[in-house]
Design a protein around this ligand. Structure first.
Ligand SMILES: [Zn+2]
Length: 345
C-alpha cells in the first residue's frame, strides 16, 4: 500500500459535508432548517464559486463552529477519514488560530487564547488508532492587522512541537497594499527558525515576485508557470516546491478546465521545480487526495512516473517529516531485513 503526504489542507475546508451536516443535526437546528434535506446542503456546500473571494466566504461557515470545545470532534473525524480513505502517513494542517477564538473578546485576549487553540489541535491530532504524523501550519491572514499576524509568527516559533511553519491566506489579491509588512513578517519568521509557505501566484491578481524569496514552498503558485515561466529557474535554484491543488482552481473559477494544469506540470518538470499535489479543502470539494492523483492521470495531465515524482516531492518538502524518504523505503528496509529467529530451548 502506498502511503501519502498531504502538505496543503485547511482545517476549515477539511470537514466533509456529511460530517458537518451531522454536526448541525446534533447541535444547530437553525442551520438544518435552512436546507430542505442533506442533498440540498451538500449541493450548496460543494458547488463551484465564481471567484476566490466567494469561495473563501464559505470558510467562515465552518470557522464559526470550530471552537476550542468542538475542534477535537472535527479533528478526530478528519484524521479517521485521512487514515482510512486517503492512506495518509503525513499531514500538515493549516488554519488561522485567531479565527477560532471567541469574537466577543478583545484583540489582545483573542491573541492570548490562540495558544490554547494550537494545543487543542495538536493534542486532538494524536489518535493512537489512526496514526498519522501531523503538524500545524499557522496562517497569517490578509485581513488581520499586523499585531495579530506577528503574534501568529511568535506562536509558531514558541510551539515547534505542534507547529512546523507559517503561511499567509485570505485572498492573494489583498497583499499589495501591505507588501512590505508581509516581507518583514516572513523574514521575522525565518529569523526565528520557522518554515515558510504562502498562498501566492494562485490567481492572476496574486503575483508578487518580491515575496518569493521569503518562501520555502509556494501555496498554489500556478501562475508562475502559466504567466511568468521566466521565474521558474529561480524557483528551481532556491529548491522551492509548488503546492498544486487541482480541484481548487475549478471551484474558485481560476481555471476553466483542469487540463490547463498540463502546462503547469510540463513547465515545472522541465525547469526542475518540484510539485506536491494537495487537496487544499478536501471537505469542501468532497475530493480526497487519491482522487486528485487519479484525476490528473485520467485527464492525461501527468503520467504515473510523474505522479510518483510528485508524491516523492511531498515527503521531500514536508516541513516535519523526519525521515527524508517516503514510507515505502522504510517498508523496503523492513522487507529486506531477515526476521530475528528466536532460538528454541
Ligand atoms: Zn489553501
Amino acid at each position: 500500500m502506498a502511503l501519502y503526504a498531504e502538505l496543503h489542507r485547511h482545517l476549515g475546508g477539511s470537514v466533509v459535508p456529511r460530517v458537518l451536516w451531522r454536526y448541525f443535526q446534533r447541535h444547530s437546528e437553525d442551520m438544518v432548517s435552512r436546507f430542505n434535506d442533506y442533498s440540498t446542503f451538500e449541493e450548496f456546500y460543494t458547488k463551484p464559486r465564481n471567484t476566490l473571494d466567494e469561495y473563501l466566504e464559505l470558510h467562515t461557515l465552518v470557522e464559526s463552529v470550530q471552537t476550542v470545545e468542538t475542534l477535537p470532534y472535527f479533528i478526530y473525524r478528519l484524521l479517521r477519514g485521512a487514515y482510512i480513505f486517503e492512506n495518509l502517513a503525513y499531514l500538515e494542517l493549516r488554519y488561522t488560530p485567531y479565527l477560532r477564538t471567541p469574537e466577543h473578546l478583545s484583540q489582545s485576549e483573542r491573541i492570548d487564547k490562540m495558544r490554547e487553540i494550537v494545543e487543542v489541535v495538536g493534542k486532538a491530532s494524536q489518535i493512537p488508532e489512526y496514526p498519522i504524523v501531523t503538524s500545524q501550519i499557522l496562517c497569517m491572514h490578509a485581513r488581520l492587522p499586523y499585531e495579530v499576524n506577528k503574534a501568529i509568527v511568535d506562536l509558531a516559533a514558541e510551539n515547534k512541537n505542534f507547529v512546523c511553519g507559517v503561511d499567509v491566506a485570505g485572498g492573494d489579491s489583498y497583499y499589495a497594499e501591505r507588501l512590505e509588512e508581509w516581507i518583514q513578517l516572513y523574514n521575522y519568521a525565518l529569523s526565528l527558525g520557522v518554515k515558510t509557505t504562502g498562498h501566492l501566484y494562485e490567481t492572476t491578481a496574486g503575483c508578487y515576485p518580491e515575496l518569493l524569496p521569503c518562501l520555502m514552498r509556494i501555496g498554489h503558485g500556478i501562475q508562475v508557470p502559466l504567466l511568468h515561466p521566466e521565474l521558474l529557474p529561480e524557483l528551481a535554484q532556491r529548491g522551492q516546491c509548488l503546492e498544486v491543488c487541482p480541484t481548487t482552481y475549478i471551484k474558485t473559477g481560476t481555471l476553466e478546465d483542469i487540463r490547463q494544469l498540463k502546462t503547469v506540470f510540463d513547465r515545472c518538470f522541465e525547469a526542475g521545480v518540484d510539485i506536491a499535489i494537495c487537496t487544499d479543502n478536501a471537505g469542501l470539494h468532497n475530493v480526497r487526495l487519491p482522487f486528485e492523483y487519479e484525476n490528473l492521470l485520467t485527464y492525461d495531465i501527468i503520467n504515473f512516473q510523474q505522479l510518483q515524482a510528485c508524491q516523492d516531492a511531498a515527503f521531500k518538502h514536508a516541513f516535519a517529516w523526519p525521515y527524508g524518504q517516503r514510507p515505502a523505503s522504510l517498508l523496503n528496509g523492513i522487507l529486506n531485513t531477515p526476521p530475528v529467529l528466536v532460538p528454541t530451548p
